[in-house]
Design a protein around this ligand. Sequence first.
Ligand code: KG4
Ligand code: ZN
Length: 336
Amino acid sequence: MRVLGIETSCDETGIALYDTERGLLADALYSQIAVHSEYGGVVPELASRDHVRKTLPLIQQVLDDAGITRSELDAVAYTAGPGLIGALMVGAGVGRAMAYALGIPAIGVHHMEGHLLAPMLEDNPPDFPFVALLVSGGHTQLVQVEGIGRYELLGESLDDAAGEAFDKAAKMMDLDYPGGPHIARLAERGTLGRFTFPRPMTDRPGLDFSFSGLKTYTLNTVAEHALDNGLPDDQTCADIALAFQEAVVGTLVIKCRRALKQTGYKRLVIAGGVSANKSLREQLEAQLAKIGASVFYARKEFCTDNGAMIAYAGAQRLLAGQTADLAIQVTPRWPM
Ligand code: KG4
Ligand code: ZN
């Protein structure tokens, strides 16, 4: 079966075509980063307008790339939430209407389920069960995954998401949005040990996270070392970026180890934008190898928002017989 996937929950228009026998046939992504960067964050109205402009041309591009016509599609999956309501409505409206016109099922997919299943698109996908660490701009969650649709929340952030913390720390040092990749690049030049930032909530039992204290600590350190232009010198910024990243990664590693111990599972999946972070991947691999556990993640372009994960999750939902009715519905806040 061939499923078209449409992702428009935030600032990327992602379209892909997944075949349940042949795998991923084509995918395309348009990033709005340039549109939003001068505002230091995503402007919802501008995001919706850009999705309107890009969604249909990208669908056509993906169909052309795969050599498939619309009539050969078996279902259309779209992100139904969580996300920005106007942005979600674009993908849902296009996806639902297209399915209606073609007389095929439409499937509303949970964005975080898409992220969670993205590593399944790789050559060596994890077997069930596993623990998933979902780390994106809006979510930080540890989830016990027994199979498709069988998810139990083990812990989550009580305040900022990990990606959001990266974005805010970047803003403090005048780096562009989204800040995660900029912090990671700056940290490569940092001096390990010049600053040590707190690892929040690791001294207490449990699997919840909190990143707002770390954000304040970062802000204070930046202010303490600021020069006349309001920013620390270049090397100090790099040292702060490294200390910040080490604290986030260190916290995530401790909680992942704890979640694996609690469940007795030996597989960890990391997904969402922050799972693209090289230091997180390396430190998790090194630490989990010590307890005989392995780490799985998607290729870099499928860690951040994309259409392939929605097409894949939609295909799994279709196989399970779950489709959306004709009334187009999106859910901006939606627990998984
Ligand atoms: O999953 P995603 O593309 O969108 C949401 O669903 O939120 O995640 C975006 C987040 C942003 O906060 C971005 O700064 C962060 O992922 N991110 C990273 C890296 N690449 C993206 N954070 C740390 N290191 C990276 N290499
Ligand atoms: Zn996302």
